[in-house]
Design a protein around this ligand. Sequence first.
Ligand code: PLP
Length: 435
Amino acid sequence: MARLGKSAVTSETIARAVKEFGTPFYLYDERTILDKCDQLLKMPNAFGLQVRYAMKANSNRALLQLIAGQGIDLDLSSLNEGVRATLAGIPCSRMMLTTQDVPLARSRQELEEMMLKGMKYNVCSLQQLYLIADFANKTAFSIRLHPGVGSGESVTRNTGDKYSCFGIHLNDLAGAIAFADEQGIVFDEIHMHIGSGGDPQLWRENIERELRCVEQFLPEVKTVNLGGGFKEARMPDERPADIQELGQYARRKFHEFYERTGRELITAIEPGTFVVANAGFLVTSVLDKKSTGEDGFHFLIANAGMEANTRPLLYGSRHPFFVVSKTGRLLSSEFDLSDLYPESDYRVVVGRCCESGDSQSLDSHGHIIPRLMANPEVGDILVIGGAGAYVSAMCLANYNSYVQPAEILLRADGEFRIIRREQTLEQIVENERSL
Ligand SMILES: Cc1ncc(COP(=O)(O)O)c(C=O)c1O
């Protein structure tokens, strides 16, 4: 059985899925997701833990049901995400909304309805605070603070420093609290999220920052939300965040806080990447091969690219490649490149879009970075790993009028389940009107 990297998914399983569904499609592994949920729910904590899955990472209904079914609640970035979660059968009382949007008019009405059903609202700006103040007698809120310090896997995923605008800046906190007191607003949760996939040391340091804010300004806070952002290792040379160690560190800090203040605070976290990133694969077929001369590159043209996985173009993100024959033989794996030849086996995986940035191996400046992999035949399978988070959810769907691929779940019992059908061309054009 040839496994794809550290996952339990094998090349034989991939070939079986390709035979059944045709490429391209996203494949998610239920067992990996369950294992990740279990790890998170067991994260050490002092006085209780609430895990909310950041559903922006992957909002597929079946995956929401799977994750919520493990006892994990939801972190929403928009009211629409809340509606999608409701359609998945998840009650509002298990959701918290953290949004840049300012709910006015119809969305204000929708927000109120969901809050009355128990959805928590995380106040993220002074404007949001002023607008929501008249709801203060109905519920308590969370407050998102801008820590002034952040860390992300790339500059664009740092959500805590001066270049990002998420939350109420610490300089405005005293004023916000004064206004809240006047209006009778209660904050029973504090929230900071410093970025995605950043430095665990800065994540640790932020715990103390949050606890200091609670001590100085927020006497009614019961829950301290440490955000998400745990780094996941997609590539063999990457190191994932150590959930156990981070939890133990946080537990110590929460205990010290208790010794000082007598307050027992619940820990909240809201990971997205950690739950689904390594559970997902983008499965494509090699359509064509081209070379660009002696000092050029060997290109493999796959039948999905930037429109299905935008992360390499957006962030220079690296994803592992697995080359699989039509019959299910693993020809090469990013996790064992020992049989390959650096003189001849560097290749560049590109998609079909009419765009030179349509490559699955770019650096953060958009330069092509060839990668070692086997030389497939046209028609063989090329699998892009680490594709469960911010891939289907964030894709440039329909560029060049390509349809969104289907999403398939590999159940723990080995069966496949289609959890989103392939988009149709009719769906792409259905809202268009002729002159
Ligand atoms: C507020 C908030 N919480 C949680 C997350 C999840 O981050 P990650 O997927 O890195 O765990 C994000 C991601 O952008 C976020 O903005």
